[in-house]
Design a binder for this molecule. Structure first.
Ligand SMILES: [Ca+2]
Ligand SMILES: [Ca+2]
Length: 590
């Protein structure tokens, strides 16, 4: 728990600065043995070149990590030929601390013609193949979004849309019980309510408002920035034939569930919809366990308010397809805001009979900032802005730390803010953060901003959330190419320029995870996992989930096994910045 307090997933632990960690939810199949002792790690020269396994768009910065062999030059040839199209100097060798790897960098950026290539370095046995294509990231973006469709609750997935991953409907969630922790006079314990739809959160089948909040918002933020890109996209989901961009159809599936999580009597929002414990690796339709709405919390209510206020702005433009929805969402946001201000410190406390994820968060100042920002933008009511603590810096967001989502929205809506807003301050908050991240990239032996402290649970989403913040700052000042390049580097990192040699997105790249911790992928009898999911990624704290790991080093401690919920699970909040960043790089560096 020493770092990355907000990206933990499976255990959905209380944040590192927030106290207790509940470790009583060991999943089925987890082993109780200790991680095997390993030799103290030594500096090593990797045995292969590492680069983005999906290749590059023509105008992207194109870096490759090369083993620190004696050679000082690299060459690039057209694939399958000896025709040299580029040569250049390698950087001096240096050690990347998170992996203790001695490496050099090759900069291929001056090559921009579409095609297939090989990077060759004397002394490295295998050439690295890569491609340059104008649509290099279209497919991974579509798959990362389609993954949400595959994680839909309460519906059958038809073969026409899901192909071999078709499945029966699971978890109708039309008969959900009010848990004792959520009971009040108007909805006593055992009251039956309906809260259908939504996305399964991760490898499990439960639905959590806090994690849905940042997820749903990030997808809306991507649409807000790149509407033309997303409007042209077809995901082959059941709503693909209608006049709404598919990303907004998909997001609506979760928004409708979220709306049902608000207590209509007082505006408070239930923290989660869950069974009492985690079920086994079975398909959704066979899990018949009773499900509950558990405890209204301040964090869930504020995340809900923020998402609904933001969604109200975007769906205003789709009134004919979703009549009344925008107004309904704004009203829901306002009543949630009222409840949270009357109940400003109701923190999640896991009831003794509930073992699923906690998503506990005992600091809601950031949630107040985010929700206040969204309500200000949507309503243009200056009282929301003057209530914001604008001394808050921007940081890299996570489910428990969401203030930067407010900074993003303020930045995205600069043209429509009232005069109460301090435009220079808003830009400065994002620029300062981006400058810091980009400076780490500039001096990194791997050419990426990730340092040892960045390898926490869900490290891949941390990388992509850094990239998202960089790209938001870049869009405020497109002269700052270093921000875009630093984001590209982080994207390259998750797609292969890393110490494990994996592309961490299922179905994409030369080598990608096959045995993800995801119940439908584990229970469907199909060898290949559902495509388009990014796994959590390497970090050194494993809670004995899988026995031994191949390396204790932060950037190498990853295993492609289903038991590894700590490194190989998937989660909706981890896919969302993948959607944002892949779209942004496709659009901004074509
Ligand atoms: Ca559509
Ligand atoms: Ca928080």
């Amino acid at each position: 728990m020493k770092s990355g307090p907000f990206n933990l997933n499976w255990l959905k632990l209380t944040s590192a600065n927030g106290g207790a960690v509940a470790l009583n939810n060991t999943p089925k199949g987890a082993e109780s043995s200790c991680i095997h002792p390993v030799e103290p790690p030594k500096v090593a020269v990797p045995d292969r070149i590492k680069l983005n396994q999906l290749g590059f768009t023509p105008n992207a910065e194109k870096l490759a990590v090369v083993p620190a062999v004696d050679a000082t030059r690299f060459t690039v040839v057209k694939a399958g030929t000896g025709e040299q199209v580029l040569s250049g100097d390698l950087s001096a060798g240096a050690i990347w601390e998170p992996a203790l790897e001695s490496v050099k960098l090759a900069d291929l950026s001056s090559l921009s013609s579409a095609g297939d290539y090989e990077l060759r370095v004397a002394g490295v046995a295998e050439a690295a193949k890569f491609s340059i294509a104008t649509n290099a990231y279209d497919a991974v973006n579509a798959a990362a979004l389609k993954a949400y469709y595959f994680n839909r609750a309460s519906t059958e997935l038809l073969e026409a849309n899901a192909g071999i991953y078709k499945r029966a409907a699971g978890h109708p969630d039309t008969h959900v019980l009010i848990h004792a922790s959520a009971a009040d006079a108007k909805r006593p314990e055992g009251t039956v309510v309906s809260a259908a739809k939504g996305w399964y959160d991760a490898g499990d089948y439960n639905k959590y408002i806090v994690n849905s909040g940042i997820t749903t918002y990030t997808l809306l933020a991507a649409f807000q920035r790149f509407p033309t890109f997303f409007t042209a996209q077809s995901l082959n989901i059941p709503e693909s034939a209608d006049a709404v961009p598919d990303i907004l159809n998909e997001v609506m599936w979760n928004l409708e569930w979220m709306l049902a999580m608000q207590d209509p009597n007082d505006g408070g929002v239930y923290h989660k919809l869950t069974s009492k414990g985690f079920n086994g690796f079975e398909m959704p339709e066979t899990d018949k366990s009773e499900r509950y709405l558990v405890q209204k919390t301040t964090a869930a209510t504020l995340d809900f308010a923020a998402v609904m206020a933001a969604a109200s702005r975007i769906y205003r433009n789709y009134e004919s397809q979703y009549p009344g929805k925008s107004a309904q969402m704004l009203a829901a946001a306002k009543s949630a805001w009222t409840w949270a201000n009357a109940n400003p410190a109701i923190y999640y406390s896991q009831p003794s009979d509930i073992q699923t994820g906690a998503y506990g968060d005992n600091n809601v100042s950031d949630e107040f900032f985010w929700a206040g920002s969204e309500l200000y933008i949507t309503t243009a009511d200056n009282n929301y802005y003057t209530g914001l603590n604008t001394t808050e810096n921007a940081d890299v967001p996570g489910w428990g730390g969401v203030k930067s989502l407010g900074w993003i929205s303020l930045a995205q809506n600069l043209n429509s803010l009232t005069s109460a807003a301090d435009e220079a301050l808003i830009k400065n908050r994002l620029d300062t953060l981006a400058t810091g991240i980009a400076s780490k990239k500039a001096t990194s032996p791997y050419g990426v901003s990730l340092e040892t402290g960045d390898f926490f649970w869900g490290s891949n989403s941390g990388a992509l959330n850094q990239a998202m913040m960089l790209l938001e700052a870049y869009q405020l000042d497109t002269s700052k190419i270093a921000y875009r390049n630093a984001a590209q580097a982080l994207f390259d990192y998750v797609l292969g320029r890393n110490a494990t040699d994996y592309s961490f997105v299922t179905g994409f790249g030369v080598k990608s995870p096959l045995n993800i911790h995801h119940r439908p992928s584990g229970g469907d009898g199909i060898a290949a996992p559902i495509p388009g999911f990014i796994v959590g990624g390497p970090h050194p704290d494993h809670y004995n989930d899988c026995g031994s790991y191949p390396s204790p080093l932060p950037a190498k401690s990853f295993v492609d096994e289903q038991c590894s919920y700590s490194t190989n699970e998937i989660a909706i909040n981890w896919n969302a910045p993948l959607v944002y960043v892949s779209a942004a790089l496709q659009v901004l560096a074509p």
